[in-house]
Design a protein around this ligand. Structure first.
Ligand SMILES: *[C@@H]1O[C@H](CO)[C@@H](O)[C@H](O)[C@H]1NC(C)=O
Ligand SMILES: *[C@@H]1O[C@H](CO)[C@@H](O)[C@H](O)[C@H]1NC(C)=O
Ligand SMILES: *[C@@H]1O[C@H](CO)[C@@H](O)[C@H](O)[C@H]1NC(C)=O
Length: 338
């Protein structure tokens, strides 16, 4: 499997001795199998275990409060926080999955993932959470966006706290098994990478700036056609099942694969014939001069007899590069790289 390493292009101070990386098994939501996204894992907060989605697009930890009703909190799979911590009564609203939001109070709790502890982790105890989380059969979110101070909540990220308190490098990586072998659906590795998933070398990609995981996409190819311009950015987004991107570029891609402007519901999905997918052109990102190709087998999304394009407009000027890319390319997010 080819690999992508995203790193901050600055030299940081020499690190102390690091603890070993920690492997977090990722679950698969069978109810929504066709969505094929599986970036949730077990996280302990206080004395409670939650299934939370690991989200590279947002920085905060969000869990539902007892008072949370409606939205994601109306889903049967939602666990609500039963601990004793309460916020200060001044609710804040934060985003997750790029465009969804949650409103709640900040509490501090001990957060544990496998053997890593973050004591006094700032957490949004949410009284209101948009619907997006429970479609992934999880209760909340652990944000894995980079740790700059710009985040509106002002809270340290879990990764920054783990790096500080557990002496792991501020590095994580995601492996995803599209066709699982037994129980194994995928892994999040905190503090490094699992080299057994890597064939060949990582391609190192500098970040566009330090506020997100976005990097430059040299080209976005569908067949021979490059739809990108000189300033096209994207990031590997573990909250997305598909690839989302700038409207006009995505329209061009969908035209090239014979997907008309037909939309399904308000989901903005483009329906395709399932008959002819063998003849569709290959899709590719060119990143740091390397080709990361994806065949129609992956970018066509199937739900029984219905096929959708895996490319969807997002109204932004950058790509959110989701699941079926990560299926094929092991990605490491390296805040420490020297
Ligand atoms: C994390 O905390 C738990 C319980 O408090 C403890 O058993 C465990 O050893 C801690 N792990 C680390 C890495 O400090
Ligand atoms: C990986 O990098 C090493 C050292 O630069 C090089 O010798 C090797 O050929 C590279 N392997 C591949 C598969 O590109
Ligand atoms: C990329 O292209 C190579 C060569 O054509 C092919 O073997 C490989 O399966 C492609 N990868 C994906 C993810 O489609």
């Amino acid at each position: 499997m080819l690999c992508l390493r995203l790193f901050l292009a600055v030299i940081l101070a020499a690190a102390t001795t690091h603890a070993d990386p920690v492997t977090v098994p990722l679950t698969k939501n069978l109810f929504h199998e066709f969505i094929n996204t599986q970036y949730a894992g077990s996280v302990d907060i206080g004395s409670q275990s939650f299934l939370l989605v690991f989200d590279t697009s947002s920085p905060n930890v969000i869990i539902p409060s007892q008072q949370c009703i409606g939205g994601s909190c109306s889903c049967v799979s939602t666990d609500k926080y039963v601990g004793s911590k309460r916020g200060n009564g001044r609710p804040i609203t934060v985003n997750y999955f790029d465009c969804s939001s949650a409103t709640g109070n900040i509490i501090t709790e001990t957060l544990t993932i496998v053997s890593l502890n973050s004591s006094n982790q700032g957490i949004i105890l949410a009284d209101q959470i948009d619907m997006a989380i429970c479609t992934l059969a999880a209760s909340g979110v652990v944000g894995l966006a980079p740790p700059p101070a710009k985040h509106s909540s002002g809270l340290e990220t879990v990764m920054a706290n783990f790096a500080d308190q557990d002496s792991i490098p501020n590095v994580f990586s995601v492996h995803h098994a599209r066709y699982p072998d037994g129980e194994h659906f995928g892994e999040l590795i905190l503090g490094g990478s699992d080299t057994t998933y890597i064939s060949g070398n990582f391609t190192s990609v500098p970040l566009a700036d330090d506020s997100s995981w976005k990097f430059k996409l040299d080209q976005v190819l569908i067949g021979e056609t490059n739809v990108a311009d000189d300033n096209t950015l994207g990031f590997v987004d573990t909250s997305k099942a598909i690839i989302m991107g700038p409207d006009s570029q995505i329209d061009q891609i969908n035209n090239e694969i014979g997907c008309t402007s037909r939309r399904i519901g308000d989901n903005n999905l483009c329906e395709l014939s399932c008959d002819d997918t063998d003849n569709l052109p290959e899709f590719a990102f060119i990143i740091s001069g390397k080709t990361f190709n994806i065949s129609a087998e992956y970018y066509v999304q199937r739900n029984g007899d219905i096929c959708y394009s895996g490319f969807m407009p997002n109204g932004q000027d950058y790509y959110m590069i989701g699941d079926f890319f990560i299926d094929n390319y092991y990605s490491e997010f390296n805040w420490d790289e020297k």
